[in-house]
Design a protein around this ligand. Structure first.
Ligand SMILES: Cc1cc2nc3c(=O)[nH]c(=O)nc-3n(C[C@H](O)[C@H](O)[C@H](O)COP(=O)(O)O)c2cc1C
Length: 182
């Protein structure tokens, strides 16, 4: 049976490099019979976690009336979660980080309401042509997965990509292959 793949994207530039990576992974996943959906955090309004510790009080993971409510059912029903983003200041863009911070409501492995997600993957792009920044962001991703108890299924990064469309065909092929392999 196919898996449910959720691709959480972080760029506010729709149709940009990371969006193309996400689409390539989705093509691959669908070719292998998986269901894949994209949630573009960069096009949504999600505020940062306010540490109010009032998760679930109104039936939602987060009590704030923002677009995280749209993400909640996707998070709660997927098997694989793909983080797909441009590197912003050596990290994830704020829009995506806000969504990640709100995973607090579910907790890590052994937490009160852990997600059923079992696996993760990472797609990154950025202007830096060297591996240093992507390795750094990937390390944070790996620590998130370790905390959540998810298995990493693969990481694809592409440097030297600044303008929209700079993403290379080989990076798109790698993302598609990763999607197929899920
Ligand atoms: C606010 C901002 C911060 C950025 N910081 C970095 C960075 O730290 N390292 C890097 O390699 N590229 C950085 N970039 C470049 C983007 O990662 C790059 O343009 C990427 O291809 C954008 O992907 P997108 O088309 O999906 O938005 C930054 C771009 C912006 C707008």
């Amino acid at each position: 049976m196919g898996k449910k793949v959720l691709v959480l994207t972080g760029s506010p530039r729709q149709g940009g490099n990371s969006d193309l990576l996400a689409d390539a992974l989705i093509r691959g996943a669908q070719a292998s019979g998986h269901t894949a959906v994209k949630f573009a955090a960069g096009a949504k309004q999600i505020g940062g976690c306010t540490a109010c510790d009032r998760c679930w009080e109104n039936g939602h993971a987060c009590i704030d009336a923002d677009d995280f409510h749209e993400l909640e059912p996707l998070l709660e029903s997927c098997d694989v979660m793909v983080f797909c983003a441009p590197v912003y200041w050596m990290g994830f863009p704020a829009q995506m980080k806000a969504a990640i911070d709100k995973l607090y409501a579910y907790g890590g492995k052994g937490g009160l309401r852990p997600l059923a997600v079992k696996e993760g993957a990472l797609l990154l792009c950025g202007g830096d042509p060297t591996a240093t920044e992507y390795d750094y962001v990937a390390k944070g991703y790996e620590m998130i997965l370790s905390y959540l108890g998810w298995k990493d299924r693969g990481i694809v990064w592409q440097g030297d990509a600044n303008a929209a469309g700079d993403i290379s065909p080989s990076a798109l092929q790698k993302a598609e292959a990763l999607g197929k392999s899920l």
